[in-house]
Design a binder for this molecule. Structure first.
Ligand SMILES: Cc1cc2nc3c(=O)[nH]c(=O)nc-3n(C[C@H](O)[C@H](O)[C@H](O)COP(=O)(O)OP(=O)(O)OC[C@H]3O[C@@H](n4cnc5c(N)ncnc54)[C@H](O)[C@@H]3O)c2cc1C
Length: 394
């Protein structure tokens, strides 16, 4: 049983492990000189592997892909992912938000231990090979440092080429040209959005707006956003990015004091201001940061002249008009990819016998919070099981 896995990220490596343990001869190909580059990048700000919330809350995070992914996520659940990580010597813990991290926080110790274990299981790695499709006979075409080479058709091929965000890490979505299957447009997900700022606001680029909530089309997300030079990004915006992206141009409403009602704000506003400037008063009485006050001024230049009721209402709902997503190069992940209806129960691409797909290249999306890696690992497991099933019956 010879299996070629093209793409050495979380999905491809997980499939490699299962197939090698089942006795397959596995070669992992990747275009980069080293494996798991996006996985390593994911660990830079703390590797959020999965989430600890109950499964009935967890599954709906996958939106329209929930139905497709439910059996796969039951097959390789968040608990199983944690146990797998711990087997590799990396203890995990649940953070205050319910997110799960390895104790080391970084991805590098986990990846190192994993690659060692794969090596011991007999998995071979062939790097600096960029996949360029198949010949008519099903041989695999790679672009290498020595030009184009062909590799004889194996029993099965798993494509695990990732999405298209952060292309410098290896996944650039160029595979769409070579996969003969229904593919939905690849778009940025978990991304920021462009809006128009005054020069004054631009000076706050990089500054977080903390403890806010953002509302869009009936969904409200509490958290943090970050001012960018040409728009806004950060966790609360990412969580709404699928809905914002599909409705552009679109307005979100930012609540700068989600824990206070309009009445609470009015009470504080009615306190004597004394000799404080208006800004200082807003900072001290209402706990608004300078960047929050500037955001209010973006909505209404003359906030100091507004009746208190109007100002309190504005603080609870600052409208912000987004016109476009930030470029996919800056997005955490991508949406779109191989249509889920183009995949059979074994994760084989229906149009391409003996060719399978897993990970972010399939058309599902999810917010940050560990849901992305969890689904990449779980689809890697499902595709490996599907390959074994297919090869048994082929
Ligand atoms: C900054 C950042 C932070 C993130 N943080 C988190 C987080 O904390 N938690 C979380 O759940 N998710 C996080 N993610 C998302 C997560 O890393 C990805 O969803 C996940 O890595 C996708 O796994 P994958 O195996 O499908 O693809 P990838 O990890 O993208 O791997 C695909 C592999 O295929 C190779 N490849 C691509 N094209 C070719 C080709 N033509 N020929 C040969 N090889 C090719 C690439 O080099 C790459 O090694 C983060 C992403 C980013 C960018």
């Amino acid at each position: 049983m010879n299996v070629a896995i093209i793409g050495g990220g979380p999905a491809g490596l997980m499939a490699a492990e299962i197939l090698a343990n089942a006795g397959a001869s596995v070669i992992v190909y990747d275009r980069k000189p080293s494996l798991g580059r996006k996985f390593l990048m994911a660990g830079r700000g703390g590797l959020n592997l999965t989430h600890s919330e109950p499964i009935d809350k967890f599954l709906p995070r996958y939106g329209t892909a929930q139905k497709f992914l439910t059996p796969i996520l039951h097959g390789f659940s968040p608990e199983k992912l944690r146990a797998w990580c711990e087997e590799l010597g990396q203890e995990t813990f649940v953070g205050s938000s319910g997110r799960v991290f390895p104790k080391a926080m970084k991805a590098s110790p986990l990846l190192r231990a994993w690659l060692n274990r794969l090596d011991q299981a007999g998995v071979q790695f062939k790097l600096q090979r960029t996949w360029k499709g198949f010949t008519e006979d099903g041989d695999i075409i790679f672009d290498t440092q020595n030009g184009m080479v062909k590799t004889a058709k194996p029993d099965a091929v798993l494509l695990a080429l990732g999405g298209a965000s952060w292309p410098s890490l290896g996944s650039d979505g160029a595979w769409t040209k070579f996969v003969d299957a229904p593919i939905n447009d690849i778009k940025p997900s978990n991304c920021g959005f462009v809006c128009r700022w005054s020069d004054y606001m631009k000076k706050y680029a990089g500054t977080p707006l903390k403890n806010i909530s953002v509302a869009h089309k009936g969904q409200t997300v509490a958290g943090e956003a970050i001012i960018a030079e040409n728009g806004m990004e950060g966790g609360a915006i990412y969580a709404l990015s699928a809905s914002i992206r599909e409705n552009l141009p679109s307005t979100v409403d930012i609540d700068l004091r989600p824990n206070m009602s309009v009445e609470d704000l009015l009470k504080k506003m009615n306190m004597p201001r004394g000799r404080q400037s208006f800004s200082t008063f807003l900072q001290k009485a209402l706990g608004l940061s300078p960047v929050a006050i500037t955001l209010l001024r973006e909505a209404d230049k003359n906030i100091q002249d507004l009746p208190h009721e109007k100002l309190a209402t504005l603080i609870k709902s600052v409208p912000l008009r987004f016109t476009a997503p930030f470029s996919i190069e800056r997005a955490i992940s991508s949406a779109g990819g191989i249509d889920l209806d183009a995949i059979d129960h074994n994760f084989m691409i229906k149009n391409l016998p003996s060719v399978f797909a897993a990970g972010e290249m399939l058309d599902w999306e999810a917010p940050t919070g560990g849901y992305l890696l969890q689904a990449c690992f779980a689809t890697g497991v499902a595709a490996a099981n599907g390959i074994m099933n297919y090869l048994k019956t082929a």
